[in-house]
Design a protein around this ligand. Sequence first.
Ligand code: UDX
Length: 456
Amino acid sequence: TREARHMKIAVAGAGVVGLASAAGFAELGHTAICVDIDKEKIASLQRGVVPYYEPGLQELTLRNMAAGRMRFGTGIHEIPADTEVVIMAVGTPSDPDGDLSLTAFWAAADELADWIEKCACPAVVVAVKSTVPVGTADSLEEKLRMRLPPSESGRVDTASVPEFMREGSAVKDFFEPARLIIGSASAQTAERLTSLHAGLPGRVIFTDRRSAELSKLAANAFLAVKISFSNEVAVLCEQIGADYNDVAGVLGSDPRIGPHFLGAGLGFGGSCLPKDTRALVRFAERSGAPQTLVEAAIHVNRQRTERIAHKLEEALDNPGASTIALLGLAFKAGTDDMREAPSVRLMEELMRRFPGMELRAYDPASTEAARGIVPGQVRICRSAEEALRGADGAILVTEWPEFGKIRAIDFRNWMKRPIIWDGRNLLDADELNAHGVRCIGTGRPILRRIAFDENS
Ligand code: UDX
């Protein structure tokens, strides 16, 4: 049983994970301060404006600010001394070697050590939500305790509470977690974190700190493996004339496999899956337990853009003299996040392989975010129609519902040659093909050299 007891908590880091957690815990009745060294971000939040696109987060934040359960600060020194739980949610991006960069994390830990030493807080649990290498919560505890006299070292304890929320559904995922992981070395800490989460559904899995840390990396790596597996089977389908949609339906109906993350496409991207899989590979290598499957998943992911370039080459007479429209730029539909977006790799591959190809791109959310990230030669359009007008072909990169609403007649009226490579199998290929639009899906038989009817 989880007993509700309202606590004073603090969250370090006001990114999606930090802010959604702070606002979510405030909604559960706790009092939260969310701190970040980014003064602009904090100033915006203090005005009640969430400075990025995340459905529901704005309302949740405003409601809890108005109720007096949530406020913001520009540093750890602003955390009140009677805070019971400090959640570490600072970003851990990839460093150039593919490891997780802990620069911001340890900088925050240093500030936290000063705070614990000076403020004489009675007993604080520091719960790590940032995705970190295994052993980080252990090292953090050692670092914080070193600053206290030995008789007082028990004033601080660390735990690992990894976060699995997805961008675009962070608020929903906070309130409906598939499971909650509490990795700690002491029963009191586990108990305090259990009451922190009281009110949330989902099974609580208690474990040690290292297992909790590894679970997060392993879960993301498993999802990456599942996607790359799907993508390789899809290529096989294209080669032999089988339909991946049907194969995936069969796979997904087996409860041992499960229906999710079997979607073939241009590969996985985003701020987590690519970086966490790389980090696991590096960490595992150093630990003497190489993760060859995960390495292969990364390799397969890199080949996705070559595959689509190959498919274009197969179907177009003169790709170098063609104009191609890309629909979807951000790493997935429903977000404006361009981090490790497959669209960027795709554009680079097309430009390298087909010098002279003219590229245009449209995304319903990331027009602004995409500027400066996509290669300069690519024209960023304000609508799908603008991107498609006069194009010799289009590639559907992400599954925004608005792309699914474009009718065969629109494709035919707007495009010079109505041919679509549907990267996510969003469109009704049979319907489009029946109405004179060539739709080449992913994991569906490749059509060899299409004969265009110039008058259609
Ligand atoms: C992911 C994890 O899902 C989440 O648990 C973790 O905490 C952070 O990383 P997110 O980065 O928001 O969340 O993206 P997600 O929705 O998982 O998609 C990741 C990538 O995989 C996207 O590029 C998406 O397009 C791709 N994907 C997903 C597929 O190619 N096929 C699928 O079937 C599912």
